[in-house]
Design a protein around this ligand. Structure first.
Ligand SMILES: *[C@@H]1O[C@H](CO)[C@@H](O)[C@H](O)[C@H]1NC(C)=O
Ligand SMILES: *[C@@H]1O[C@H](CO)[C@@H](O)[C@H](O)[C@H]1NC(C)=O
Ligand SMILES: *[C@@H]1O[C@H](CO)[C@@H](O)[C@H](O)[C@H]1NC(C)=O
Ligand SMILES: *[C@@H]1O[C@H](CO)[C@@H](O)[C@H](O)[C@H]1NC(C)=O
Ligand SMILES: *[C@@H]1O[C@H](CO)[C@@H](O)[C@H](O)[C@H]1NC(C)=O
Ligand SMILES: *[C@@H]1O[C@H](CO)[C@@H](O)[C@H](O)[C@H]1NC(C)=O
Ligand SMILES: *[C@@H]1O[C@H](CO)[C@@H](O)[C@H](O)[C@H]1NC(C)=O
Ligand SMILES: *[C@@H]1O[C@H](CO)[C@@H](O)[C@H](O)[C@H]1NC(C)=O
Ligand SMILES: *[C@@H]1O[C@H](CO)[C@@H](O)[C@H](O)[C@H]1NC(C)=O
Ligand SMILES: *[C@@H]1O[C@H](CO)[C@@H](O)[C@H](O)[C@H]1NC(C)=O
Ligand SMILES: *[C@@H]1O[C@H](CO)[C@@H](O)[C@H](O)[C@H]1NC(C)=O
Ligand SMILES: *[C@@H]1O[C@H](CO)[C@@H](O)[C@H](O)[C@H]1NC(C)=O
Length: 498
């Protein structure tokens, strides 16, 4: 599910434009919609026409000629991307110019479009500062300037747009901080500032945005603690704070916001542990991304109550203890990524994944996992990637491995696996890469390995293999990396590549 993303505008009839505007604001921006301005009877209004002319004047790149319709022979309400009010003839209510390749400054005269309610300039090449005059647009509800190259600070006068419901400035080059006045936009439902160069801390006043549903601040240089005031955002659906330099613990009150669906705080320096009842206080969780932090404690088994869970990404923290063994109700679970922690487990959690028929990624690399591969793992036929590198897994690989026909990556390197590699591995036609290095296998590399024609990386070094290198390897024409060193192998690889 993509948030703050939208369908593409095709040029064409105004009807199509209205339809697309609706799609963009309704479906792609996910949770809210806006009433669509009614087709307008148009009479002249010089203020708006002049402001639009100034807007056009600052544009120096218009590869698709979208602004060629903005000419003297047509009324400005007929210009492409412009919608006018019915009640106030000639007054512009929407400016919708998404993905048009437009480049240039955003004219300060835009601030004269005082009836403007919607401005969508997403995915163009606007640069320069967002003009302070935007603060004069007190009717503005949806401002979507994402995917441009706007620089400079977030204009402080934006806080005067008191009807703003959507402020989406994602993927620009905005600098300086998030000023606390943004917390005084009483109708704001979505604040998107991800992928900028914002510094400073998250202002506690954001917690005053009582209607806020989406808060997206990832990929900036924000530091300091997550303000406890955010706990008051009791309508929050989406919290994205990943890729910043946030420190401290997550305020406990945030774990009480039962509406949260997306909880993404990865790649920070956050500490503390997850409350044991997280799965009951946040029952709607769909995505938990908390990787690359310093979280401690155990993985709460109450997550089994968050039955919509789709991804659980907790890699590279200091979680310890066993992996919960009650995943059975999470039928939609797709990603279980727990690598690089201190989890102690004997792989018995795997059997409880049997009902997770959508599971695609299982990663428990670099933990304290022992025991042998349970046969139940070979029933997970939806699985695409299994990674269990650098643990203490023992025993053999059963021939049931061949059941995992969707497998595209298998990494069991640096464990204590023994016995031969089963011939059934040849059934894994999609496999690329395969890493089994650093084990204690016996016997030959199976001939069937030549069946894996997509194989691009093959790591079998230091694993005690014997006998001839199978000639079938020459069928693996996609191989870019091959390491067979430190075994007892005879022969050579018959392909011009090596
Ligand atoms: C916009 O309004 C300002 C006054 O607020 C005026 O000076 C300016 O000329 C106007 N621009 C256009 C293009 O009408
Ligand atoms: C002016 O715009 C109309 C469409 O609104 C278009 O048909 C016409 O070709 C344009 N004129 C020029 C000179 O670009
Ligand atoms: C962005 O706009 C360009 C046109 O300039 C278009 O080709 C591209 O598909 C758009 N990207 C998205 C994700 O809509
Ligand atoms: C906007 O940029 C983001 C990240 O750079 C990208 O994922 C997304 O597809 C882009 N969207 C549009 C509409 O261009
Ligand atoms: C910004 O807002 C202040 C009032 O807060 C106002 O005096 C000033 O004219 C505005 N600036 C612009 C460029 O609109
Ligand atoms: C939040 O709003 C209250 C009034 O509702 C105000 O007193 C307080 O200063 C605001 N908090 C912040 C941090 O701006
Ligand atoms: C976070 O801080 C480290 C130094 O402590 C710095 O190297 C890194 O660039 C910072 N990251 C961001 C996203 O600002
Ligand atoms: C969370 O909610 C529970 C029950 O509604 C309440 O007892 C508790 O104090 C809340 N915790 C925080 C930190 O808000
Ligand atoms: C799930 O929630 C119920 C209450 O709704 C609770 O009794 C049960 O212990 C929870 N399960 C787990 C694993 O926490
Ligand atoms: C694997 O699935 C089959 C049928 O789908 C079932 O009979 C068998 O018990 C399962 N094996 C394990 C180990 O879960
Ligand atoms: C390897 O592929 C051949 C067909 O190319 C097939 O007959 C054979 O069963 C496959 N081997 C394995 C182990 O799946
Ligand atoms: C290579 O593949 C072809 C057909 O895909 C098969 O007939 C042949 O036996 C394979 N050769 C080796 C050495 O595996």
């Amino acid at each position: 599910m993509k948030v703050f993303n939208a369908a593409r505008l095709k040029s064409g009839s105004r009807e199509e434009m209205r339809k697309h505007l609706f799609l963009v604001l309704n479906s792609a921006l996910l949770w809210w919609w806006v009433s669509i301005p009614i087709p307008g009877a148009c009479s002249q209004n010089q203020t708006d026409r002049l402001a639009l002319a100034s807007f056009k004047n600052e544009i120096n790149k218009d590869p698709f000629g979208v602004l060629s319709s903005w000419n003297d022979s047509t009324h400005h309400c007929e210009w492409q991307g412009v919608l006018c009010s019915k009640r106030h003839p000639g007054r512009v209510t929407s400016l919708f110019l998404r993905s048009q390749g437009l480049g240039g400054f955003l004219s300060p005269h835009i601030g004269n479009l005082s009836f403007l309610r919607v401005m969508v300039l997403q995915n163009n090449s606007f640069y320069g500062e967002i003009p302070q005059q935007i603060g004069n647009l007190f009717r503005l509800r949806h401002l979507i300037l994402s995917n441009n190259s706007f620089g400079g600070p977030i204009p402080s006068n934006l806080s005067r747009c008191s009807n703003l419901e959507t402020l989406n400035l994602i993927d620009n080059q905005l600098v300086e901080g998030i000023h606390s006045d943004l917390g005084s936009l009483p109708r704001l439902k979505a604040l998107g500032l991800t992928e900028n160069n914002l510094l400073g801390s998250i202002p506690p006043s954001i917690g005053n945005l009582s209607l806020l549903e989406q808060l997206s601040l990832s990929q900036n240089g924000l530091h300091g603690e997550i303000p406890k005031e955010l706990s008051r955002l009791n309508r929050l659906l989406l919290l994205q704070l990943s890729f910043n330099n946030l420190t401290g613990e997550i305020p406990v009150g945030i774990f009480n916001i039962s509406s949260i669906i997306f909880f993404q705080v990865g790649w920070n320096q956050l500490q503390g542990s997850f409350p044991p009842n997280i799965g009951t206080t946040l029952p709607s969780l769909y995505s938990i991304v908390a990787n690359h932090n310093s979280f401690t404690g155990t993985i709460p088994s109450s997550l089994a109550n968050a039955t919509d869970l789709w991804e659980l990404v907790l890699e590279s923290n200091s979680f310890h203890g066993p992996i919960p063994k009650n995943w059975g109700r999470l039928k939609g679970l797709r990603v279980l990524a727990l690598g690089h922690n201190q989890l102690q487990d004997d792989l018995s959690f795997i059997s409880s994944l049997a009902n997770c028929s959508n599971l695609e990624i299982l990663n428990v690399d670099s933990n304290l996992i022992h025991g042998s591969l349970p046969t139940s793992i070979f029933n997970l036929t939806s699985i695409k990637k299994i990674s269990m590198e650098a643990n203490s897994i023992q025993g053999t690989i059963p021939s049931a491995l061949g059941n995992l026909f969707n497998l595209s990556a298998l990494n069991l390197a640096h464990n204590s696996l023994t016995g031969p590699i089963p011939d059934s591995i040849g059934a894994l036609y999609n496999l690329h890469p395969l890493a089994l290095a650093g084990n204690k296998f016996a016997g030959e590399i199976p001939f069937a390995i030549g069946n894996m024609t997509l194989l691009n990386e093959l790591y079998l070094q230091s694993s005690n293999f014997q006998g001839y290198i199978p000639q079938s390897l020459s069928n693996c024409t996609q191989l870019l990396e091959l390491d067979l060193s430190n075994n007892n192998l005879i022969g050579s690889v018959l392909t011009p590549k090596f």
